[in-house]
Design a protein around this ligand. Structure first.
Ligand code: T1G
Ligand code: NAD
Length: 705
C-alpha cells in the first residue's frame, strides 16, 4: 500500500442536505483516514444548523468495498469502525446511505448505521467477511438480523455471497431503488422527500430482536457443521447472530467484537488474506508491465475433444468468436453437440438466456474440418492428442495458414513448448495455454512462457485469461509445468504410502479431512486411470533404478477399471453415484503388489499421511520456485487453490508451509529420508531458507517496495 493515498472524506451542503462523500480509490476502503474523516464529517453535521439530513455516498465506482484489508494484522488505529458507525447511527438528524456499485463488508455495515437506504440499479450488497476468515465486525451481525430477520441475515453472513438491489429491497435491507442511474441526485431527492415527510432518525439498534430465530439458528449451525470442511468463520458468525437474538444490542455488539477479534487471530484468516492478495499478485509481472496485449476477437481451437470443446465453450460464453477445427465431420459435429450441451447447462443455471445461446451457436461458433478457415483468427489454441508428432504436424499447418502477428498456443499438459515453438517459423508467437478440465468451469490457466515467447504474447495470454474470467499464472517450461509437476511428486508419495501399508481409502479420508476437495485416489477415479497409466508409460524410459513402482495401479488399469467412467476404479460406483464405495478386491490387488515388491508394511496415522503428502508437495514446490518455473511461492499457491482443490483457508501449500514452519517441514523430510533417501531429498531452496531463518513469504515480498 506504500505510496497510495489513504483517501479523504468531503462534506458539502446541498439545500439543507449534508452530502458526505467517501473517496478512496479504487474501492473506497475504510482506511484510518476514511474512518476519521467520517467521524469528523458527522461531528460537523450534528452542529451544522444549515443541514437537516445527511447522505453518505461513495466517489467513483461504488459506495464502499469494506474495511481496508491491508491494515489487518497491524495494531488497530482509532477511531474504530464500530465506533464511527455508532456515531452515525446515534445522529439525532436522519442519515441516508446512497448505495451504488457495491456495499461490501464494513461498507454495508456503514449503510446499516444509516437510517434509510437507497440503492442504484446494478448494485451488489454483501457481507463477504467469511471469505477472508473473519465475520462482520462493525455491528453487521447485530443490525442485520434486526432488519431482515435471522434467516436472511445468516444466509448473507455465512455464505458471504452478495445480493442484488432487487433482493435487498424484497428483504427490507434497503428502502428504495432509484430510478435513474445518478445515485447522488436520487439520494438528495430522497433525503428531501424524507425531510418534507418529517421522517425521523431511525436507528436499527432500536428495532426489536429478530423474531424468526426459533430453530433457525440451530438449523444453520447443523447445516454448516456438515458443509464447512474445517472452515471456522461461518460457524463463529452463527454464534454472533445468536447473540443478537439473545442479548441487548450493546451486549450483542460486545460479543461480536470478542468473536471478531478471535477470528482475526486465526491462521485461517492469515491463509485467506494471503489467498486474496496472491490471486491479485499473479498477474503483476514485471515482464509485461506496460506492455499492451495484441487484439483478439476471433479464436481458433484445434481439436474438439474434452479440452477443445471446453475451451471453445469458455470463449463463446465470454464474447469471443470461435472457429473449431476437427479431423472429420463426425468429430466436428460431436464437438458442436458437446458445446451446445455445455451452453444448455449454462442456460439451466441461469447464466445465459436461450436467445443468447441460439445466437452463439448460429453466429459465434463455426465448426469445420478445413484448416483454411483459420486464416483470419487472432489466436489459435491447439488441443489435439498429447503426442509431439501430432502437435508438430498441427503447428506446421497453423504456421502456414495463420496471419502474421497471430498467436499460436498449445494446451499440452506435459510436452516441451520450446520444441513445439522451434518447429515453427515464428517461435516468438508460440505460448502454452494450459487449461484445466472441465475448461469452461475451472478457473485456472497456466500461461507457459517458452524461451522465445514475445512479451506482448505473454501480455495477451493474461488478457485472454481475464476475458475468460480465469486466473492466469505464469509458468516456465518443464515436464508438467507448475501444477502437474508438483502433483506427480506428491502423487508418488501417496503411492509409496499405499505400498507401505496405508489403504487408498484412509489416504483419501485423511486428506479430505485436511480440507482437500478430493483425495488422490478419488481424483484418479475422476480423471480416469488411463491418464496415470499413460504418464507412467511416458516416464518409464527415464525411471531411476531406485524409483518404486505402483504396480497395483497398472493392475487396475489392465482389468479395465478406469474409474468413474467404467463404474469401477479404486472405488465401485453404482449407477448415478459419484461418491463410490471402497472395494475389498482392490485391497487384495494392492496386497498382492506389496508382496511382489517385497515391502514390509506398517500402519500410518492420518497425521503422518498428511505430513508426508504435504512435505512432498512443498519440497517439489520449492524446487519449482528455485528453477524459476514459478516466479514466486505465491504463484504455486494460486495454482493449487484454483486447479487442484487445495483448501483456500490454508492459503495454498507454500503458505501452509510458512505457517507450520519451514524448519518443521524440513525436519519431516529428513526423518522420512532415513528410510528412503532417494525420494526424500530436501530441495536446496528449502534448506537455504531454513538456514537463513527466512520463509516463502519473504520471497514473495522480495523485489517489492
Ligand atoms: N481493502 C484494501 N484493498 C482492497 C480492498 C479492501 N477491502 N478491496 C480491494 N482492494 C484492492 C485490491 O487489492 C486491488 O489492489 C484493488 O483494490 C482493486 O481490487 C469490519 C472486517 C470490491 C469486489 O472482502 O472483493 O469489511 O491489486 O482488483 O475486481 O466487518 O476488490 O490494484 O493493488 O479486486 O473491481 C470486506 C474485498 C472486508 C471486499 C472489487 N470486503 N474486495 O473487485 O477490483 S472486511 C471485502 C473485493 C470488512 C468489517 C470487515 C473486490 C471488489 P491492487 P480488485 P475488482
Ligand atoms: P481428446 O482425446 O478428448 O481430444 C482430442 C481431440 O483432438 C479429438 O477429438 C481428436 O479428434 C482431435 N484431433 C486429433 N488430431 C487432430 C488434428 N490433427 N486436427 C484436428 N483435430 C485433431 O483429448 P483431450 O483430453 O481434450 O486433450 C487434448 C490436449 O489437452 C492434450 O494435449 C492434453 O494433454 C491436454 N490437456 C488435457 C487435459 C485433460 O484433463 N483431459 C487437461 C489439460 C490439458
Amino acid at each position: 500500500m506504500k505510496g497510495r493515498l489513504m483517501g479523504s472524506v468531503s462534506y458539502e451542503n446541498v439545500d439543507r442536505v449534508a452530502v458526505v462523500t467517501v473517496d478512496n480509490a479504487p474501492v473506497n476502503a475504510l482506511s484510518q483516514a476514511i474512518r476519521s474523516g467520517l467521524s469528523d464529517a458527522f461531528g460537523r453535521f450534528q452542529t451544522d444548523e444549515s443541514a437537516d439530513i445527511a447522505v453518505i455516498i461513495g466517489a467513483g465506482r461504488m459506495l464502499i468495498g469494506g474495511a481496508d484489508i491491508s491494515e489487518f494484522g497491524k495494531p488497530p488505529q482509532s477511531p474504530s469502525l464500530p465506533d464511527v458507525i455508532l456515531q452515525i447511527e446515534q445522529s439525532a438528524k436522519p442519515v441516508v446511505a446512497a448505495i451504488h456499485g457495491m456495499a461490501l463488508g464494513g461498507g454495508l455495515e456503514v449503510a446499516l448505521g444509516a437510517h434509510y437506504r437507497i440503492a442504484a440499479p446494478g448494485t451488489r450488497l454483501g457481507l463477504p467477511e467469511v471469505k477472508l476468515g473473519i465475520m462482520p465486525g462493525a455491528g453487521g451481525t447485530q443490525r442485520m438480523p434486526r432488519l431482515v430477520g435471522a434467516d436472511t441475515a445468516l444466509k448473507m453472513i455465512t455464505s458471504g455471497t452478495p445480493v442484488t438491489e432487487a433482493e435487498a429491497l424484497q428483504s427490507g435491507l434497503i428502502d428504495q431503488i432509484c430510478e435513474g442511474v445518478d445515485i447522488r441526485e436520487a439520494a438528495i431527492d430522497y433525503a428531501q422527500s424524507l425531510l418534507s415527510d418529517n421522517a425521523p432518525a431511525r436507528p436499527i439498534s432500536g428495532l426489536p430482536r429478530a423474531t424468526d430465530s426459533e430453530g433457525v439458528i440451530q438449523q444453520w449451525r447443523a447445516k454448516l457443521q456438515k458443509s464447512s470442511r474445517g472452515e471456522v468463520a461461518p460457524l463463529v458468525a452463527v454464534d454472533a447472530v445468536e447473540a443478537s437474538v439473545q442479548k441487548s444490542f450493546a451486549e450483542g455488539l460486545k460479543e461480536e467484537r470478542r468473536l471478531f477479534l478471535h477470528l482475526m487471530d486465526t491462521p485461517q484468516r492469515a491463509g485467506l488474506i494471503h489467498a486474496f492478495f496472491a490471486e491479485r499478485a499473479v498477474a503483476k509481472l514485471p515482464e509485461i508491465a506496460g506492455i499492451a496485449p495484441r487484439d483478439f476477437t476471433r479464436i481458433g481451437v484445434i481439436g474438439g475433444g474434452t479440452m477443445g470443446a471446453g475451451i471453445a465453450t469458455s470463449a463463446v460464453l465470454n464474447g469471443l468468436a470461435v472457429t473449431l477445427v476437427e479431423r472429420d465431420s463426425e468429430a466436428a459435429d460431436k464437438a458442436r453437440t458437446t458445446i451446445a450441451s455445455n451452453l444448455d447447462a449454462a442456460v439451466k443455471r441461469g447464466k445465459l438466456n436461450a436467445e443468447r445461446r441460439d445466437a452463439i451457436l448460429n453466429d459465434a461458433l463455426t465448426t469445420v474440418t478445413d484448416y483454411d478457415a483459420l486464416s483470419d483468427v487472432d489466436l489459435a489454441i491447439e488441443a489435439v492428442f498429447e503426442s509431439m508428432d501430432v502437435k508438430k504436424e498441427v503447428f506446421a499447418k497453423l504456421d502456414e495458414i495463420l496471419p502474421r502477428g497471430a498467436i499460436l498456443a498449445t494446451n499440452t499438459s506435459y510436452l516441451d513448448v520450446d520444441e513445439i515453438a522451434a518447429s515453427t517459423s515464428r517461435p516468438e508467437d508460440v505460448i502454452g495455454l494450459h487449461f484445466f478440465s472441465p475448461a469452461h468451469i475451472m478457473k485456472l490457466l497456466e500461461v507457459v512462457v517458452a524461451g522465445k515467447t514475445a512479451p506482448d504474447v505473454v501480455s495477451t495470454a493474461f488478457a485472454l485469461a481475464k476475458k475468460l474470467r480465469k486466473t492466469g499464472v505464469r509458468a516456465g517450461v518443464c515436464d508438467g509445468f507448475i501444477g502437474n509437476r508438483i502433483l506427480s511428486h506428491y502423487r508418488t508419495a501417496a503411492d509409496h504410502l499405499v505400498l507401505d501399508g496405508a489403504s487408498p481409502y484412509q489416504i483419501d479420508k485423511a486428506l479430505t479431512d485436511f480440507g482437500f476437495a478430493m483425495g488422490p485416489y478419488q481424483v484418479s477415479d475422476l480423471a480416469g486411470l488411463d491418464i496415470g497409466y499413460a504418464t507412467r508409460q511416458r516416464k518409464a524410459a527415464d525411471a531411476h533404478p531406485r524409483d518404486r513402482y505402483p504396480a497395483f495401479a497398472d493392475a487396475l488399469y489392465h482389468k479395465g477399471w478406469l474409474g468413474q467412467k467404467t463404474g469401477h476404479g479404486y472405488y465401485i460406483y453404482e449407477k448415478g453415484d459419484r461418491k463410490g464405495q471402497p472395494d475389498p478386491e482392490v485391497e487384495q490387488i494392492i496386497a498382492q503388489a506389496r508382496k511382489e515388491a517385497g515391502t514390509s508394511t506398517r500402519t500410518f496415522t492420518d497425521d503422518e499421511i498428511v505430513r508426508r503428502y504435504m512435505a512432498a508437495m512443498v519440497n517439489e514446490g520449492a524446487r519449482v520456485v528455485e528453477a524459476g518455473i514459478a516466479q514466486r511461492p505465491l504463484d504455486v499457491d494460486v495454482v493449487f487453490l484454483y486447479g487442484y482443490g487445495f483448501p483456500r483457508w490454508r492459503g495454498g501449500p507454500m503458505k501452509y508451509a510458512d505457517m507450520r514452519g519451514l524448519d518443521s517441514i524440513l525436519a519431516d523430510i529428513r526423518t522420512f529420508a532415513e528410510t528412503d533417501d532417494h525420494f526424500w531429498t530436501p530441495a536446496p531452496l528449502l534448506e537455504k531458507l531454513v538456514a537463513e531463518g527466512r520463509n516463502f513469504d519473504n520471497l514473495n515480498k522480495a523485489g517489492k517496495e
